[in-house]
Design a protein around this ligand. Structure first.
Ligand code: SF4
Length: 89
């Protein structure tokens, strides 16, 4: 059971209360290998706040862990693609 306190419902991170990761140990989302990343991704796939979580990680340039079903490497790729798209417009 996760004993992490619930975020303040009025805070910008109130969505975290609905994240499926609350039911798992935090280390599940900070894997050390690809197998661990896949395990975290599978949990994120069914999470109702997946998109919000990913955008939060991208906006805050969070470098570590799986957020919104994306690894650090995947988030770096998304940010790079967005930079290139913004530069092209
Ligand atoms: S998408 Fe994954 S990391 Fe984000 S809140 Fe949901 S379960 Fe947690």
């Amino acid at each position: 059971m996760n004993t992490t306190p619930l975020p303040d419902p009025d805070s910008p991170t109130a969505w975290m209360a609905d994240g499926l990761c609350r039911m798992y140990p935090p280390a599940t989302f900070f894997p050390s290998d690809g197998v661990g990343v896949d395990k975290a991704r599978k949990i994120c796939a069914g999470c109702p706040v997946k998109e919000t979580c990913l955008e939060h990680a991208l906006d805050h340039r969070i470098e570590h862990g799986v957020w919104g079903g994306c690894s650090e490497r995947e988030r770096r790729r998304i940010l790079k693609r967005r930079r290139l798209e913004a530069a092209a417009n």
